[in-house]
Design a protein. Structure first.
Ligand code: F3S
Length: 285
């Protein structure tokens, strides 16, 4: 393609901040404005650029409750934390502002109820993701975490209850449930706890991926839902790039393209998307 043609850039109908992330940031910002010393256990959201801006305004990110000084205010991030973390925070007598997303809380409640009723709880999600860690903490050590292949202990349980990490994709949930349907002898209960914001972003990304020649997925490299968006875009066969900011655009990737699509994970702010689109629009195809 000649260097004078401009690439048409389209942005997914649904992308960027979800309401749970927006709420967590609003709570962190209003707590900062109150003059409190505000802390978070791990990054508040999985977007390094947003965290950097919060840190410039006095926000602190620490590893665990033991790192909190006396008199601190701690914001619980949208992924939630395990009951034992809440217990440690009470022991340290710090003030807690709970920004756990209500939809994450709903998944936690489902898991708690399943465990109480004697189901072996299978969490379809990523090991070591904070949301999954919190749910494992709620259910206890009987919980089974599966991404797509089920471990044997889930297949041998007589009663299995399934929930999904809120940012899981439906195909993986379906795959795990299929395995259980094929092997389970007694009882299976499934709660689809994937949140609407995730489903809407995934559907919009797949639709756009089918209409353009190259897709860009924006979000923190540590963001699970961004990685899933990139996976499902790539699975449609379109050339897909995952990036954090416009600085990473390599103009070569647009060579020969007439159309480019942009989507973004649930923790990617509007200003990153806008900057990215502006830069793409300035690049000749
Ligand atoms: Fe909540 Fe869904 Fe966002 S669970 S934090 S609305 S991705």
């Amino acid at each position: 393609m000649g260097g004078s043609e401009v690439v048409e850039v389209r942005v997914a109908d649904n992308c960027g901040f979800c309401f749970g992330v927006r709420r967590a940031i609003d709570l962190a910002e209003s707590t900062l404005r109150s003059g409190a010393k505000v802390y978070c256990l791990g990054p508040l959201i999985h977007n390094p650029q947003v965290i950097e801006r919060l840190i410039e305004r006095g926000f602190h990110v620490v590893e665990g409750p033991e790192d909190l000084p006396a008199g601190a205010t701690v914001v619980i991030r949208s992924h939630g934390v395990a009951p034992e973390v809440f217990a440690k925070l009470r022991e340290r007598e710090v003030r807690v502002v709970d920004a756990t997303c209500p939809l994450v809380k709903r998944a936690q409640d489902r898991a708690r109820e399943l465990a109480r009723q004697g189901y072996r709880v299978v969490i379809v999600g990523e090991r070591d993701h904070p949301e999954v860690d919190a749910i494992v903490g709620i259910v206890g050590h009987e919980a089974v975490v599966a991404d797509c292949e089920l471990p044997a202990e889930a297949l041998s349980a007589p009663k299995v209850g399934v929930i999904a990490q809120t940012t899981q994709d439906s195909a993986t949930l379906r795959q795990v449930v299929h395995q259980l349907v094929d092997t389970l002898t007694d009882e299976l209960r499934v709660f689809n706890t994937i949140c609407n914001a995730t489903l809407e972003r995934q559907a919009a990304a797949v639709k756009l991926a089918g209409e353009v020649e190259v897709m860009f997925v924006l979000g923190g490299r540590n963001s699970a839902n961004t990685a899933r968006l990139a996976e499902i875009c790539a699975a449609t066969g379109v050339k897909t790039f995952q990036m954090e900011t416009a600085d990473e655009i390599d103009t070569e990737v647009l060579t020969g393209a007439h159309t480019a699509g942009v989507t973004a994970g649930a923790s990617t702010p509007g200003w990153i998307i806008e900057e990215f689109v502006r830069k793409l629009e300035d690049i000749p195809g």
